[in-house]
Design a protein around this ligand. Sequence first.
Ligand code: BGC
Length: 338
Amino acid sequence: MIKLVRHDPSGMDIYQLSNDKLQVVVSNYGGTILNLYAPDRHGEFADVVLGYDKLTSYQQEDGYLGALVGRVANRIRQGTFTLNGKTYHLAVNNGPNHLHGGLKGFSYQFFEATIVDETTLRLHYVSEDGEEGYPGRLDLVADYILKDHQLILHYRATTTEDTLVNITNHSYFNLSGHQESIHSHWLMVKADQFACVDGDGLPTGKIRDVTGSVFDLREARLLGQVLNQSDEQLEIAHGLDHPFILSAKENQVVLYHPESGRQLTVSTSLPTAQIYSANYLNDRQGKNGAIYANQDAVCIETQYLPDAIHLQEHPDTILRKGDVYDAVTSYTFEVITK
Ligand code: BGC
């Protein structure tokens, strides 16, 4: 069932998608997932994503808690790129680089929301030609679908001119319902390789084989152990903040919290997942009086390779006029008693 639960004078509306297995609360502001309630082994529901109490915090804070990120997720080096022989200058908002769509990326925009049917909430946004420096008028439709114990995010976009697109969702998962840090969570990522990053968080172009390293998450590992190991790449990023190059076609990432029994499986049509151990939460004020410390959550940001426009011979973040960007990521919540 989907219903509008709050209509705020600011234009921020809140929708609830629910069934007996899962409850998802979404705002038309930034396509943000405000709450996601999933049951534990005793059938007790807890909110497994970080967020704020006040809607205005989503407008004022960084961190992209729960937000839909675009036009291009992650960083574009020096905020500039050349496409079809023309150089574009984007908004620069992270040192000398462009991050998560710029100063007022999709996370900070109002979407038009429609309840399509019992399971689908449709969010629509038109990004004007030149917005944040990007070419082309981009038309984005994001469907938030609740099916059984699964939330499916389906994005489609078209453009009036060749442009760049790389959409992700930036939810911060903590399956304990923020009772414990993510050090008590187990993470599995089906990736044989990951992209090395520099001090600014940008891929250097070097792709490393995970074998024998702390980045080998092909078998589930306890995050507390992973994050406490020494590896130059972990130190540079202050934890995990790396693009993992997925080597499976489905169910590529699994996060598990033994105490509650909650398990999240992420399955995506996209080739990469930025695994981010929330290294910059910096004790910010969160929901219900909580203070969010670094590594209190993990983001599983499915996307194309960050900065692909500078790194790939045929960058897969280019959306040509006449083509359709179409990507699906699902989040399945189960209770596993091991
Ligand atoms: C990036 C981080 C960044 C965070 C919040 C993540 O997607 O990889 O480097 O700090 O978003 O902006």
